[in-house]
Design a protein around this ligand. Sequence first.
Ligand SMILES: Nc1ncnc2c1ncn2[C@@H]1O[C@H](COP(=O)(O)OP(=O)(O)O)[C@@H](O)[C@H]1O
Ligand SMILES: [Mg+2]
Length: 239
Amino acid sequence: MNEILSITDIRAGYGALDVIFNIKMNIKPGEIVAVIGPNGAGKSTLLKVISGVLRSNKGKVTYKSKDITNKSPQEIVKMGLSWVPQENNIFSKMTVRENLEIGAFILDENIDERLDEVFLIFPQLKDRMDQIAGSLSGGQRQMLAIARGLMIHPELLLLDEPTAGLAPNLAHDMLIKIKNITEKFGNAVLLVTQTLNALELSERVYLLTAGEIKYEDTTDNFLNNQEIKELYFGGIKHK
Ligand SMILES: Nc1ncnc2c1ncn2[C@@H]1O[C@H](COP(=O)(O)OP(=O)(O)O)[C@@H](O)[C@H]1O
Ligand SMILES: [Mg+2]
């Protein structure tokens, strides 16, 4: 088995209410895979289960051939799996530097070298090291959130709607950065999105609606499948 991540039959939710069901998916090392689906489909819930912040009620998550189901977020991060949440993904009262240092909390080594690597991807952050994160623009905050996630040398990066709220040109720049990251660091990415434009990055795509994976295919086949697109995205606006 050469997958970096493999999920079988996951079911999870909040309190007595399950919101994702029978989730099955896999990702190979270095691969970019998208999960697309409308608001409320359960995309963020799925990432919470993988990263260990939400317990699953059923099923199994395997990462680098180890069972990580319901392990703590700290244990999972230490294995090189980084999650960039959709919301509250930076400490807005701290500086850019402090945010990045916190991102590296599991590293024993001197982090200066790692900072330099991350700045090659996001040079704008280098110029703003001592700025309070809350004063950054929306695009810069998202860069900082991803940069934080990169500080641990992840082998798998979970990105929750990294282009949400960005103007189309900034969203496009961000997608190119994400591609650059995988080329430079060789990590795999699980990219959660509501919009089709993010699929320019992904090799494969899973469609998640109402808590279930309804379709999976290569991105090319998905984009050429008019029936699927209309059925699930007819009501969604695309930029
Ligand atoms: N903390 C929470 N407590 C209770 N219900 C939640 C919570 N977070 C999300 N939900 C519900 O779970 C469902 C899936 O939400 P979510 O995973 O955030 O969807 P998506 O990320 O695809 O928009 C929605 O019905 C949402 O209202
Ligand atoms: Mg979400």
